[in-house]
Design a protein around this ligand. Structure first.
Ligand code: ADP
Ligand code: MG
Ligand code: ZN
Length: 566
């Protein structure tokens, strides 16, 4: 429940009494559920009872539940606190690393801090200052251009801060960047997926990092390694009762780490590593087949064995059914390193050769939310840097400028990559991937789009588009498609547009709900004269090549922010 659902206030007048009583019933079920959860939390971590009055549940994800509480911290002064209760199966090191990010880097520059931490047995609760915040979707189309500028500026302030500490957040998205519009306050939260750069200043992230990279070989060793290290060596939050120093000796399966669960959530995609061609644009608009192959020096050691060959044949037969569609205009780009190495020739065929089958599946961190993942994450590039957060910031900016959220909606990485290609161009994407050692195969060429034209079209500001063709203004929450997936409130048009078909951008769906850049007149201030600098910055954030992508520090100095008082 990252984005609060907003269905309740919508239907207003045409609601019948039956609807009303059903609503009330649902409400009461929900309330009693929350009440029960609060009671259970008090029971699990009894030391909370004497300090907090837990009022409500404000967030529930796969890895945590977040509650609003009040605390009588000073005489007569009641303070609002957010209590994040981590799921008991979270890996102790993961928890400790999240805490360390908050304690070391947090508390300033728009990065959430931490006040206290409580633990009893497997239950860990992080107490943070509460920041009341908006739902991104609710305010997206009422923001003035100046507010968008401020929002992005403050996001970069936060990213600059964490990147200085060598923290890669890995899950930058609106629900993790709290925004209080009235107070103009911002806070980057949720370091549950964070990883460290090579020279990270967050000690515990060093373990988290190696965890992702040694995925297969270190399953059991892991506990041993961290078991004797002092956790939370940095200034920790004030101690209250049992202060949180997660016991690393607690035996838990390695698979319980957040990273793993999040990956699992999105489904397997081992075929990518095996270079199996998989239809990227299986959706009706597309006829593009894509495969990504990894060419690491390790693959020089490709062994062919009979066993593999047999499997390969079996797989090849299966594959025929999946992708016999002719790859008409196959573009092949092979990364430097591989031309000499690869002797495989299956890229044009509908078979997977034994060379490809014997490839090790590549392990690379890929946690996060598909629509916000950078190309190097989607292609499982093992060298991932703070640049991946900048890409995600670019996707947020794209939403703000186009009025569409989520902008990209994809359930798997290849679809996400294909959607990126439709905006940034297939040739450009392939070219960039080459720079980081990946070759992408794509049977259809799609051109890069002009960012200004795209955003203005989607916003409905493009004067060349007849307004009648734009469709009715409305709220995405009205859209029937919004209920397809509770985690991704999106309209069909957003998905379809991300999947792109230039001609169909403003097509109307049979249900009439389709293209509806929402009424932007609610706060047209500044939107009629968006400066080129905005699109220049967007272009630099959505740079397909992480090596040249703009950094947070540089973004703050970008002309787009000139005259901004920080
Ligand atoms: P998760 O790992 O489950 O996504 P988050 O740390 O992102 O956990 O918190 C989930 C949600 O809880 C956030 O999207 C936000 O709405 C709310 N939340 C988290 N921390 C705070 C806070 N300090 N103040 C107010 N709300 C918060
Ligand atoms: Mg979150
Ligand atoms: Zn092959």
């Amino acid at each position: 429940m990252e984005e609060p659902m907003a269905f309740s206030s919508l239907r207003g007048s045409d609601r019948c009494p039956a609807d009303d009583s059903l609503k009330k019933y649902e409400q009461s079920v929900k309330l009693s559920g929350i009440k029960r959860d609060i009671e259970e939390l008090y029971e699990a971590v009894p030391q909370l009872v004497s300090v907090f009055k837990i009022k409500d549940k404000i967030g529930e994800g796969t890895f945590s539940s977040v509650y609003l509480a009040t605390a009588q911290l000073q005489e007569g002064h009641e303070e609002k606190i957010a209590l994040k209760h981590l799921i008991p199966t979270s890996h102790p090191v993961r928890i400790a690393a999240e805490l360390q990010c908050l304690t070391v880097a947090g508390g300033q520059d728009n990065v959430m801090g931490v006040k206290y931490c409580f633990r009893k047995n497997d239950h860990v609760v992080i107490a943070m200052p509460y920041l009341e915040h908006e739902s991104f979707l609710d305010i997206l189309n009422s923001l003035s251009f100046q507010e968008v500028r401020e929002y992005m500026y403050n996001l970069f302030v936060a990213l600059k801060r964490i990147h200085q500490f060598g923290i890669v957040h890995r899950d930058v998205k609106p629900s993790n960047f709290l925004y209080n519009r009235r107070l103009k306050k911002y806070a980057l939260v949720d370091f549950g997926l964070a990883q460290g750069t090579r020279d990270t200043k967050i000690e515990l992230l060093k373990f988290v990092q190696s965890e992702a990279q040694q995925e297969d070989c270190s399953r059991n060793k892991y506990h041993g390694v961290v078991g004797h290290k002092g956790l939370l060596s940095r200034p920790a939050p004030k101690t209250m009762d049992q202060q949180c120093t997660p016991k690393t000796s607690v035996k838990r399966s390695y698979e319980n780490t957040q990273v793993h669960i999040k990956q699992g959530k999105d489904g397997k995609e081992g075929s990518v590593g095996l270079s199996v061609q998989r239809s990227v644009f299986g959706e009706r608009n597309f006829n593009i087949h894509s495969s990504i192959s990894h060419e690491s020096p390790a693959e020089k050691l490709i062994k062919q064995s009979k066993t593999v060959d047999i499997i390969s044949r079996k797989l090849a037969t299966k594959k025929t059914a999946i992708s016999t569609k002719a790859m008409n205009s196959v573009m092949r780009e092979t990364a430097r390193s591989c031309t000499a190495v690869l002797t495989c020739d299956c890229y044009r065929s509908d078979r997977v050769c034994s060379v490809c089958l014997s490839r090790q599946q590549q392990v690379a961190p890929r946690a996060g939310t598909p629509g916000f993942r950078a190309p190097e994450v989607l292609t499982k590039c093992p060298d991932q840097t703070t640049a991946i957060d900048m890409w995600s910031a670019g996707v947020i900016f794209l939403s703000l400028l186009s009025g569409r959220y989520p902008f990209y909606k994809a359930s798997d990485d290849l679809t996400a990559l294909a959607q990126i290609m439709t905006i940034r161009g297939s040739r450009e994407t392939i070219q960039a991937a080459k720079a980081f050692g990946k070759s992408i195969l794509c049977s259809k060429e799609v051109p890069a789009q002009d960012l200004r034209a795209l955003c203005e079209r989607l916003r409905g500001l493009d004067s060349t588009t007849p307004r009648s063709a734009i469709g009715p203004p409305g709220n995405t929450s009205h859209d029937p498609a919004a209920s397809e997936n509770p985690d991704h409130k999106t309209s069909r048009v957003q998905a379809a547009q991300a999947q792109y078909s230039e001609d169909s951008l403003y097509e109307r769906d049979s249900d009439g709900y389709r293209s509806h850049p929402r009424d932007c007149t609610s706060n047209s201030e500044g939107w009629d004269s968006v400066p080129d600098e905005a699109y220049d910055l967007l272009d630099k954030l959505l740079d397909l090549n992480p090596a040249s992508r703009i950094t947070a520090e540089a973004a703050l100095l970008h002309p787009f922010f000139k005259d901004m008082c920080s």
